[in-house]
Design a protein around this ligand. Structure first.
Ligand code: F6R
Length: 366
């Protein structure tokens, strides 16, 4: 059942090229200029005219929501708020009938997410669900939605569900952006073509496995990790840190790289590994300066860079190269080495990666 893999988590990491493809199937064909999602079509006017989109979710699904905030604001120019479902539901939030609330949940059973969407519904908002489990409680409670076609996710640490969510959210941002006229046709077409290249590029990222295993062996006994990223890679930094905490029990924090100097920089010394996602995008130069700040304090830098980067290899202790893609699509690639890093560190520490202590696959209590 693990298809020759040692753990479900590793199998699911390797299923991502396939799962991302399955999430584009029938929804997008670049060559034919086809971009369509059933659940959106029905509520197209609502989306196009929405004052605001509120995303509610927990954990990894919340990180996918953060990526969507960047995507939707960037491509569709609609203000987005991303909320922890547990906070949203208890703070008397301001919601009305011109708002769209997107609930993101792999299991479709997360109690806080379900309660948050019921609350928004009672205030008249349109509720859109992005769930992986067909017929789940959250899927049933929504007005419309789009399923992620990731297949069953068994490993408690979410991997392929995250990239499936990000894929669906990217398509949604592209659809709304093109309907609203905020996303130019030429840019839309370029994103569609690049989206179709993503499964093959994820496949290339998976070939980094052996290199990442070696890096994991170097750092398996540390007690702390810092993950830094900016822009589209900020949510990926959070997700990388969460993966490591969950399955290896190493304390890890994800931060927007520029926030480092407002506190976490005090933690940096020769014992502190810092994973920096430093792909060639609009914040590249700034991230390079952040790497120098870490180096100046003797922190050990593990950098995720774009293939062919000429600058960072001379500054970082370890360099992991991923293929180039459009800035908006980078999370689908940059998260892969972080999933593999946490997996290998956990295995080397003898942890139960598929069923980490204290965690459940679906959190049906608040
Ligand atoms: C992280 C993880 C959790 C879930 C969270 C939400 O790897 O699995 O953080 O993402 O419990 O679960 P869903 O998406 O089922 O609502």
């Amino acid at each position: 059942e693990k298809g020759g893999f040692e753990h479900f988590m590793l199998k699911e990491i390797y299923e991502q090229p396939r799962s991302i493809l399955d999430n584009m199937r029938g929804r997008m064909v670049a060559e034919k200029d086809h971009l369509m999602m059933g659940g959106i079509r029905e509520f197209e006017n609502k989306f196009v005219n929405a004052d605001r989109i509120i995303i509610v979710a927990c954990g990894t699904s919340w990180h996918a929501g953060l990526v969507a905030e960047y995507l939707i604001e960037d491509l569709a120019r609609i203000p987005v708020e991303v909320e922890y479902a547990s906070e949203f539901r208890y703070r008397n939030p301001i919601v009305n009938e011109r708002d769209i609330v997107i609930a993101i949940s792999q299991s479709g059973e997360t109690a806080d997410t379900l309660a948050a969407l019921e609350l928004a519904k009672s205030k008249g908002a349109t509720i859109f669900g992005i769930c992986n489990v067909v017929g789940s409680s959250i899927a049933r409670a929504t007005d419309a939605g789009a399923y992620t076609h990731a297949g069953p996710e068994i490993g408690v640490a979410s991997t392929k569900a995250f990239t499936a969510q990000v894929t669906v959210l990217t398509l949604i941002a592209m659809i709304i952006g093109s309907k609203r006229g905020t996303l130019e046709n030429s840019k839309l077409r370029q994103l569609m073509v690049e989206m179709e290249n993503i499964p093959a590029k994820v496949e290339e990222c998976l070939k980094l496995d052996a290199q990442i295993q070696q890096i994991a062996a170097v750092f398996k006994d540390v007690t702390n990790f810092l993950y830094l990223g900016r822009g589209y890679n900020f949510p990926v930094a959070l997700e990388g840190a969460l993966k490591l905490k969950e399955i290896s029990y190493i304390h890890a924090e994800g931060y927007p790289a520029a926030e480092m100097k407002h506190g976490p920089i005090a933690l940096i010394d020769a014992q502190m590994p810092v994973v920096v996602i430093a792909t060639k995008d609009s914040s590249y130069e700034k991230v390079v300066s952040n790497i120098q700040e870490v180096r100046a304090r003797k922190g050990q830098v593990i950098a995720i860079v774009t293939q062919g980067d000429q600058v960072i290899p001379s500054m970082a202790d370890y360099v992991i190269e991923i293929p180039e893609t459009s800035e908006q699509l980078v999370p689908l690639l940059s998260v892969i080495p972080l999933q593999l890093l946490s997996y290998h560190i956990a295995v080397l520490r003898g942890c139960n990666v598929d069923q980490p202590r204290n965690l459940a696959k679906s959190v049906t209590v608040e």
